[in-house]
Unconditional design. Structure first.
Length: 199
């Protein structure tokens, strides 16, 4: 999907008008709750097992993030080789969450929702499914990291109970060998680490 304003890959949805946008055209603004419509969509969450679903995830990460490799908690992970859950809306792939099992925690390595399905409760459902899996495995925490420019992800994770506990400065810039331009033109440098303690 292309951005409404250019040919770049769209990865966000405008919360006011619903247009899909690339990181260059996504802007950060303060809006009141009554201006943001938050519909919920009927969806199912299922374990990713078919090659077709894995291909959809690979296509998503390559078109949205430009690569399959994600940096998280001092590790490099290939998103498409990890366990994952997918979200389905009316037989359509809407998004996914992939995760890694490490010592006493589960790391959410990647969470991606297609722009047309964002802000409809799907991300929350996917995270809840990973938390259920973490509890089943006897894990004490769920961890996730995001880049310093990704304020929508940072807001999302904090709104569902995650807390920032560490900032790893410059690790993303070092991975890419330069400081890239991110959402709203913010420089991408740092990895922000969040956790949710499971009771």
């Amino acid at each position: 999907m292309s951005c409404k304003h250019c040919e770049n890959q769209a990865i966000y949805k405008c919360s006011l008008c619903g247009n899909i946008l690339c990181a260059d055209h996504a802007k950060l603004r303060t809006v009141c709750q009554s201006c943001i419509e938050k519909p919920t969509l009927e969806h199912s969450v299922e374990k990713v097992s078919s090659e077709e679903q894995k291909i959809k995830i690979r296509e998503f990460v390559e078109s949205s993030w430009g690569e399959q490799e994600q940096l998280a908690f001092d590790g490099k992970f290939l998103v498409t080789t990890l366990p994952a859950y997918g979200a389905i809306v009316q037989d359509n792939f809407a998004g996914f969450i992939s995760f890694a099992d490490v010592s006493d925690a589960i790391i959410i390595v990647a969470l991606g929702i297609l722009p047309t399905y964002q802000d409809a409760g799907i991300g929350r459902s996917l995270v809840e499914r990973v938390e259920t899996e973490a509890k089943r495995l006897g894990k004490e925490r769920v961890l996730v990291s995001t880049s310093n420019d990704d304020l929508p992800a940072l807001a999302f994770y904090q709104s569902i109970g995650f807390q920032i506990f560490e900032v790893k400065t410059d690790v993303i810039a070092e991975k890419h060998g330069q400081v890239l331009k991110g959402i709203g033109g913010l420089p991408i440098r740092d990895e922000l680490r969040l956790r949710r303690i499971l009771c």
